[in-house]
Ligand binder design. Structure first.
Ligand code: TYM
Length: 343
């Protein structure tokens, strides 16, 4: 079976972008592939965060995975920090990562600009190396993510090839090394629709956990009244009718896309249904569809959160499965890189 891995940071609230860009697609993949889905708590400390909140956020994120349909009898669900090999491999990989590759990362540039020099920890820069280790540890074939992770995936692929060349390739073999690829080179799986859900208050910036205004996103756990309120107040425009793909109307395109995704309809069906609607009618339709879709997820979430024994068991089992694969890879990398083995 081909292998699929992915993860979400336990920071802020999980929103529709995380759902349509990532989690919902995982659920479809778990039937066909060997899947591992992690909660990337080690990534969550790369910007200032609240230590008292971290463990709670990790459990909540895990519960959201399950509530959205990730099935622990099919997929391994675990917390990144529970599998020590992630950090170990990261160190090994960082020795093969040119610093120039990291300086070029768009997310690093954006996040560090916002935080200011004194606030930027080294981990914000090396973040993509940890992400590469999350993926390469499992010899993954595919990584389902949203559009914003594309550059990190490219770096992961480059790094896999570089390590294969440096320590697994012909060059190293000539010097007496083992030869043979060390890492599989993974491919991103970016969904044709939903890879970039935009903010409700600005159709030109993406929906994001860290945006200061909660009004800009629909969170998976938003209660009914809040959804009503957010859609009522979201940004629209004054053009007649509704349409996809008009660059002058980014908000309109985004809201129709969200409706298409949440209703499970095709683009053509949505065009037929909505092209002559006014905003008031459409907003009611969208609000109802959001509530209908999110309500059962929220009910399951509450059930899962009320049984902490069950959730802990799922995470423990997931970490056991993952550790087995991860240990084998990291041991192999130590060996390939020439370390003295332990007896
Ligand atoms: P994170 O936590 O920012 O986002 C989790 C997933 O949600 C997707 N996403 C979106 N998709 C569509 N529209 C949006 N507005 C939107 N916002 C976020 C992201 O693309 C992502 O798939 N570095 C990663 C987490 C990570 C990871 C990994 C992912 C760490 N290690 C290994 C895959 C494999 C991140 O910060 O995602």
């Amino acid at each position: 079976k081909k292998r699929v891995v992915s993860g979400v940071q336990p920071t802020g609230s999980i929103h529709l972008g995380n759902y349509f860009g990532a989690i919902k697609n995982w659920v479809a993949l778990q039937n066909t592939y060997d899947t591992l889905f992690f909660i990337v708590d080690l990534h969550a400390i790369t910007l200032p965060y609240e230590a008292q909140q971290l463990s709670k956020a990790s459990r909540s994120t895990a519960a959201i995975y399950l509530a959205c349909g990730v099935d622990p009898s099919k997929a391994s669900v675990f917390v990144q920090s529970h599998v020590r090999a992630h950090v170990e491999l990261m160190w090994l990989l960082s020795s093969a990562t040119p610093i120039g590759w990291l300086n070029k990362m768009i997310q690093f540039k954006e996040k560090s600009r916002k935080a200011g020099d004194e606030e930027v920890g080294v981990a914000l820069l090396t973040y993509p190396v940890l992400m590469a280790s999350d993926i390469l540890l499992y010899q993954s074939d595919f990584v389902p993510v949203g559009e914003d992770q594309k550059q990190h995936l490219e770096l992961t692929r480059d790094l896999a090839e570089r390590v294969n060349y440096l320590y697994g390739g012909r060059k190293w073999k000539k010097l007496g090394g083992r030869g043979g690829a060390i890492f599989k080179v993974p491919e991103p799986l970016i969904p044709p629709a939903g890879a970039r859900i935009m903010s409700l208050t600005d159709g030109l910036s993406k929906m994001s956990k860290s945006a200061p205004s909660d009004q800009s996103r629909i969170n998976m756990l938003d209660p009914k009244d809040l959804i009503v309120n957010k859609i009522k107040r979201c940004k629209t425009d004054a053009y007649p009718g509704l349409e996809f793909d008009n660059p002058e109307r980014p908000e309109c395109n985004n809201l129709l896309s969200i409706y298409q995704l949440i209703s499970g309809k095709t683009k053509e069906e949505v065009v037929q249904e909505c092209q002559n609607m006014n905003w008031g009618t459409f907003k009611t339709l969208l609000t109802d569809a959001l509530i209908d879709h999110l309500h059962p997820i929220q009910v399951r979430y509450d059930e899962i959160m009320s049984d902490s024994g069950y959730l802990d068991e799922v995470l423990a089992e997931g970490a056991r499965n993952a550790s087995e694969i991860a240990e084998a890879t990291v041991n192999n990398v130590y060996q390939a890189m020439g370390f003295l083995g332990r007896r």
